[in-house]
Design a binder for this molecule. Structure first.
Ligand code: NI
Length: 242
């Protein structure tokens, strides 16, 4: 159910019986020495497309770039300013609204986007707007957190987590051909939040935040991906039935 693979006439037909659009949002940023730069949007996109197929819901192309200011001391990272990202979200949503979409579900792969997407929703809702908005942060889903806790204890961490790295091993296995897995020591340095890009790299020199992505495997990734897709699909199906 990729919007990008539909014609405008097919979208017009879809809108006659359904007003919901899923929009994946992620980030382009370092994910430690063994994680992909695209992790956050690759996971959001793959999960969104699987959920779209299960629930017969159209999925927009991903918003790949997010708010990644604190990762900018690592090569390959790119960021939008918070106000730019709010504006991008609003203009994309308003564009699709022109044609009749009224219900927008953002499936997010990046913690740094959460406050920004919520701010954009507040702005879009304004004083008297009937459009519906929902933000789903896939890694926070209770089934996923339970799985990670059961298998990885307190080693999941907060960035370049085992779960997200494992999920990309499942969704984009060819990207890992030239990446050798490593074992990692976990450090838990005291730090304020937010950190500047410079402070982040000084505090977390290899880009991980209290995680051990060395435990990531394709098998865990497949399981986490399936749990995520099932849980979000169920949530969206309930929303569609209401
Ligand atoms: Ni991430």
């Amino acid at each position: 159910m990729k919007l990008a693979h539909r014609t405008w006439t097919q979208v017009e037909t879809y809108l006659k019986h359904k007003k919901t659009l899923i929009i994946p949002i992620g980030s382009v940023e370092q994910h430690g020495p063994t994680g992909l730069i695209g992790t956050d949007y690759l996971t959001a996109q793959a999960i969104s497309e699987a959920v779209g197929s299960k629930t017969n819901t159209l999925v927009a192309p991903p918003l790949c770039y997010g708010m990644a200011l604190h990762h900018m001391a690592f090569p390959g990272s790119a960021t939008l300013q918070p106000t730019t990202l709010i504006q991008v979200i609003k203009e994309v949503v308003d564009s699709f609204t022109q044609h009749g979409f009224q219900d927008f579900i953002f499936i997010n792969g990046h913690g740094g986007n959460m406050a920004i997407v919520t701010s954009a929703f507040c702005d879009l809702k304004g004083l008297n707007d009937e459009r519906r908005f929902e933000l789903i942060n896939w890694w926070k889903i209770p089934d996923v957190q339970e799985y990670e806790k059961a298998h990885f204890g307190d080693q999941s961490g907060f960035h370049a987590t085992i779960g997200e790295v494992a999920t990309t091993m499942h969704t984009d296995p060819e990207a890992f051909k030239d990446i050798e897995n490593q074992s990692f020591e976990i450090e838990r340095p005291e730090h304020d939040w937010p950190l500047s890009a410079k402070e982040f790299r000084e505090t977390f020199p290899d880009g991980r935040m209290e995680s051990n992505p060395g435990l990531a495997t394709k098998q865990h990734g497949q399981k986490i991906f399936e749990l995520t897709v099932d849980s979000i699909s169920e949530q969206i199906q309930k929303r569609l039935d209401n």
